[in-house]
Design a protein around this ligand. Sequence first.
Ligand SMILES: Cc1ncc(C[n+]2csc(CCOP(=O)(O)OP(=O)(O)O)c2C)c(N)n1
Ligand SMILES: [Mg+2]
Length: 356
Amino acid sequence: MSRVLPAEGDLRRVIGDGDTIPDGEVDGLGADDLLALYRNLVLLRTYDERSVVYHRQGRIGTYAIFWNHEAMQAGSVFALEDRDWIFPAYRESAIGLLRGMSVSTVLSWWRGHPAGWWNPEDFNVASICVPIATQVPHAVGFAWGSRLKGEDRVALTLFGDGATSEGAFHEGATFAGVMKAPIVLLCNNNQWAISTPLSKQTAAENLVDKAIGYGIPGVRVDGGDVLAVFEATRDAVERARAGDGPTFIEAVTYRAAPHATADDPSIYIDPDRVEEERENECVRRYERYLRRTGVLTDEDAEAVKNEALELMRAGIAAAEAEPPADPSLVFEHAYADPPPSQARDLAELKRILGDG
Ligand SMILES: Cc1ncc(C[n+]2csc(CCOP(=O)(O)OP(=O)(O)O)c2C)c(N)n1
Ligand SMILES: [Mg+2]
């Protein structure tokens, strides 16, 4: 029988505010680890900020901004071993960078170019899921299968607050609880599903309360506190490895940027709340912590930022140097036995592209 732990309602935090709330620390993390985590945060932040610019310049397509979500992504991945798998959604499109995927691969994905397709086994990072919550049953099935094969692998899947209303989430979480799959269910609760606020998403007081219904423990952390996210994920990974099954982590944040480049949140969001969140955004918050604790110098910070910018410059150049994609790839793999209309459709597409 699975042991049901009560869901924790209180937000776990490690980073203080430099004033009345004292800084904590995480056992087992040395200065090198803290700096590696900083590098990962800056890499994601730089990727995100440059991507918005590239979108405005017409160099990538519509882009799902993850500004202020970096702590949830970098913190949780830091708790994994390389053999563990990650199942991302569009909000975590660049999470592969933390596993050595090249910037040009991720940019190519957003350019709709096949150079943006990767073999999941190369990085233990599954394909990005755009249909909401579909990555959850993929991840749970993978974790369970992996366990059946006797492998020592944990899966981490990330999804939004809106995703918890989807059937796919329910099916995945139910199955994970019953089968004790070695999985971490990490909910990025940014309090919005495009323009739908959390208050219209659920009548539950906290999303973490849903965990109880699946018979799995739930933990609530400050999603802007990279160390709190890391620690909670590390605990969850330990439980999973020990055969104790899944954990649901609700990481609480606030979406401080548009849903995506095609969205104009000014018609539905509270600008004061956004401003408050931007003041307290996760990368600078961690940077201030590292400076207070004497781990980060100005020179380190400058070097880390320049390195990330250089990677981006090289990444966009490499993505743009890719030869144009073969338009027939749009149709390939769609049918085992293509209908006769497909040849006509392809010819039409090539005509539109001036390619045939
Ligand atoms: C099955 C499905 N329904 C609807 C959509 C359209 N859609 C795209 S993003 C989104 C909101 C999802 O919100 P949330 O799960 O909170 O994730 P967030 O975007 O905030 O990270 C919706 C409804 C979709 N992609 N897939
Ligand atoms: Mg959301």
